[in-house]
Design a protein around this ligand. Structure first.
Ligand code: DP6
Length: 352
């Protein structure tokens, strides 16, 4: 498309939620392509809000002013500068645009929740809105979100999934011909009612910086002795977890989600640079969850990110019972008793 010769300025703002993977993205190829397909659901109350003031003029060069909570943030600004170089070929107008970005998160930094998915999701959505304004064109919604997912992926792999609500698939898989390594797609298959209102209570075991970043962790998969087996496992788990969701099999769903979480940590521990990302309290919580499931039959399970915090997953129908169990048995293991009760949600919202 021909770039405009007129200068154009304006403001956009998006709110984009974090997501939690049930089948994990772990290991990547060049250009942030995943080693295996993954499946997540998008959260509701853990999100990034990002406003962008833009000014496009054919006579000027790219300029970035990034602020987090109205304060400059050199570390993330540097990451963004590298990011904008990568995406410029897909958004040529950026070479002549200045951006003033301000972002904030609904969840405290100390919650230890990775914010790269919600941040790059919000940024990619804003960039697509700016592109529409600068090009004077409105994309159809499918195209808009596909491009947002593509751009978000180039910032942080898991961000590709955050631009959609509900359950989201990312990575080439025989299960869904629309899902690809380039972009995530909302899960299109009919799923049983019991999976419609999933809850996620996030138990904050530690807010200390993690001993290893996700990016470093992905690299460890390149020469991992179990690489091939992991690709097979993830593909099989995608297949099985979607079948469980179609057939209303909550216990199968929980078993697969837990296998994925534990495999992620086992892969880290069996890599060439092993570290413990979990803490003793993480293990104590998991043992309680297994015990309550065994003794009461309640369909409650867990998943983990590459960190110590535990996401307790359960259907809304047993919310009161699970919350009582969390208060009685699990809150004692949380740092300063910190818990965020979140739930699956409808995805990003355009604020401006
Ligand atoms: C364990 O998306 O944070 O949460 O692509 O390097 O930014 P980069 O990594 P990131 O990795 C997320 C890994 C995970 C699993 C998942 O979300 O699927």
């Amino acid at each position: 498309m021909q770039l405009s010769s007129k200068s154009i300025k304006g403001k956009t703002a998006w709110q984009c939620p974090a997501n939690i993977a049930l089948v994990k993205y772990w290991g990547k190829e060049a250009m942030q392509k995943p080693m295996n397909p993954s499946l997540s659901f998008t959260l509701t109350d853990c999100y990034t809000t990002m406003g962008v003031n833009y000014y496009y003029d054919a006579q000027q060069t790219f300029h970035l002013d990034f602020r987090f909570n109205n304060k400059s943030n050199p570390a993330f600004s540097e990451r963004l500068t590298r990011y904008f170089k990568i995406i410029a070929p897909y958004m040529p107008f950026l070479n002549n645009t200045s951006l003033k970005i301000n972002a904030s998160n609904s969840f405290p930094h100390s919650a230890g929740i990775a914010s790269s998915a919600s941040s790059f999701g919000a940024l990619a959505l804003n960039l697509c809105s700016i592109e529409e304004a600068v090009n004077g064109a409105i994309y159809d919604p499918g195209e808009f979100f596909r491009k947002a997912s593509f751009l978000a992926r180039l910032g942080s792999g898991s961000a590709a999934r955050s631009v959609y609500g509900g359950y989201v698939l990312w990575g080439a898989t025989s299960i869904d011909q629309h899902s690809s390594d380039e972009v995530a797609v909302p899960l299109s298959t009919e799923i049983s009612q019991v999976f419609h209102n999933l809850r996620d209570s996030i138990l904050i075991v530690s807010s200390a910086p993690k001993p290893m970043s996700s990016s470093a962790g992905h690299k460890l998969m390149t020469d991992h002795p179990y690489r091939q087996a992991r690709v097979g496992q993830a593909n099989q788990n995608i297949d099985h977890i979607i079948k469980a969701m179609q057939n209303g099999k909550m216990n199968d769903f929980i078993e697969i989600a837990e296998e994925e979480a534990l495999s992620l940590h086992a892969l880290i521990q069996s890599s060439s640079s092993p570290v413990f990302m979990v803490k003793p309290n993480t293990i104590a919580i998991i043992n309680h969850i297994w015990n309550v499931r065994k003794t009461t039959g309640l369909p409650v399970g867990f998943t983990l990110d590459a960190g110590p915090n535990v996401h307790v997953i359960y259907p809304v129908t047993i919310m009161d019972k699970v919350k009582a169990f969390i208060e009685k048995d699990l809150r004692q293991y949380c740092e300063n008793g910190a818990i965020i009760h979140d739930k699956a949600g409808g995805g990003p919202v355009k604020n401006e």
